[in-house]
Each structure stands twice: as C-alpha cells, then as structure tokens.
Design a binder for this molecule. Sequence first.
Ligand code: SF4
Ligand code: SF4
Length: 276
Amino acid sequence: MSSESKFRPKMLGIICNWCCYGGADLCGVSRFQYPTYIRLIRVMCSGRVDMKHILFAFLNGADGIFVGGCHINDCHYNPEGNYDALSMYNFCKKLLEHVGINPKRLRLEWVSAGEGIRFANIMNEFSREIEELGPLGRIEGLDENELKTRLKNIIKLVPYFKLVKMKELAIHNPDEEVYKKLYTSEDIDRLIKEAPSYYIDPKRCQACMTCARRCPASAIISEKNKIHIIDQDKCIRCGTCYDACPPKFGAVTKIVGAPVPPPIPDDQRTIIRKTG
Ligand code: SF4
Ligand code: SF4
C-alpha cells in the first residue's frame, strides 16, 4: 500500500438540522457507506455557518470542510439562511485562495432529507478529492507555521469583511451564478490591502472614555485618568472610536498600509491633571 493511500484526511461536515442532517440520517439507516473520518456537526441552519468557523477549522488542522443545507427555496427559516450560506461560501473560497489554500478543500451542497444516497455520494466523492489533495498545506507548498500565520491574520479581518461587504453578503438571488461573480480575487486583495487599523495617540488622549463607551467590541482598554489603548486583537475595525473621539482631542488615528505603533507601557498611562 502506498503512503499516499494511507492518508486519512481530517474532514468536517457542518450540516443543517432540517434537510442535510435528515439526508445524513437516511444515509445511515439505509446503510449507505462513506468514510468514517468525516465528522459531522449539526447546526439549525446552514446560514449559521460563519467564515470564522471555516477558517478556524482549517487553522485547527481540517483537510477538507463540507457545508450542507436545504435546497434553495426549501430553507425552513425566513429569510432563507441557505442564501447566506451560499454567499459566505463564495466569499470564503476567495479568502482561501488569498491565503494560499486550495479552495476545493471547501465544498457546499444542498441535500434534502430524502436524499440519503446523494449524501453518501457527495461524501465519497469529496473525501476522494481531499485524499488526492493530501494533507492541508502539502499541495499548497505551505509549511504549517506559515499556513497558521496566514490563517490567523485573515481570521482577524473577518468582522471587517462582514462590515464592508454587508450588502453583498445579504443578497438573496435564486441564480447561484450571481454569488460566484460577486467577489473577485482583485476585490479581496484590495479589501485586505485597504483594511484600516485604529490607534490612540497617547499624546492626545484625555481619557474622556467616550470611545470606550461606544466601542461595540469592548476593544478599548479604558480606565479613568488613564490613556486609553486599543486591543488590536479584539478590534473589529469599525471606525466608531475614530468618529466618536471629540475633535478637540482628535486622539484616534486611522492607519492603512503601515504597522500600528506598540501600545504605551502601563506605567506611563496615568494622566496628571493640572488643578487650580
Ligand atoms: S475601531 Fe471599532 S472595534 Fe476597533 S477600537 Fe475602535 S470602536 Fe472599537
Ligand atoms: S475619545 Fe479620544 S480622548 Fe477620549 S478616551 Fe477615547 S481616544 Fe482618548
């Protein structure tokens, strides 16, 4: 037996409760076979599957990820979540391309509760494809550390992508081709290049706490009479603090295409106010 044929991929299937899980169940009771290394997670709707779920699964070593939902216009919720899944999936494929991961490692299909044999066929076909691609990173020519660094960096940008692409991600169109054309590689490259970071200038901050109160991500380390600091790992790049900081202070700066200065040390954060 060749070493290639011994490869057992780590594969994840995230499938909706109402249709695809029913199909998987029927597949099981009908004794249709598919590889046991595919682990299934049931969610109430394919629309619940987030870009972060996909990217974190790859970060944690998945070689292939399957997302399964109800056929278009059969979603059990209103508005239909499978359109959201379709949009997320097409966007995510482009992100994978940008990271350097073969987008074939992510697959989305619609499976009804009566399609047990179809579920088995898809699982068998997809697992064969992933076996051929080999372990994550090998065909891509990326070592584990490089791959993880790239994935971590892109995961940090997911909230920003969702904010900037809110309208496109919410499009519901019965023509699936529309979603494939919605996000281009150039679009994704530009988005990443233009991603802003926000920084509080310690020389200007007056610890008025306005920004911290308005930050939707609790990303501002805030204390009375202490210069505020943005936690870059928590920041979702919404720009609220930039808009909220009173013009007379103008302490929040927007940075594009350059590194964010390191935060001021804690023992230098106290603001001594003049009295009298
Ligand atoms: S950009 Fe948004 S998330 Fe980031 S610190 Fe400012 S308000 Fe918070
Ligand atoms: S709003 Fe501006 S001055 Fe006030 S705490 Fe935030 S950064 Fe500092």
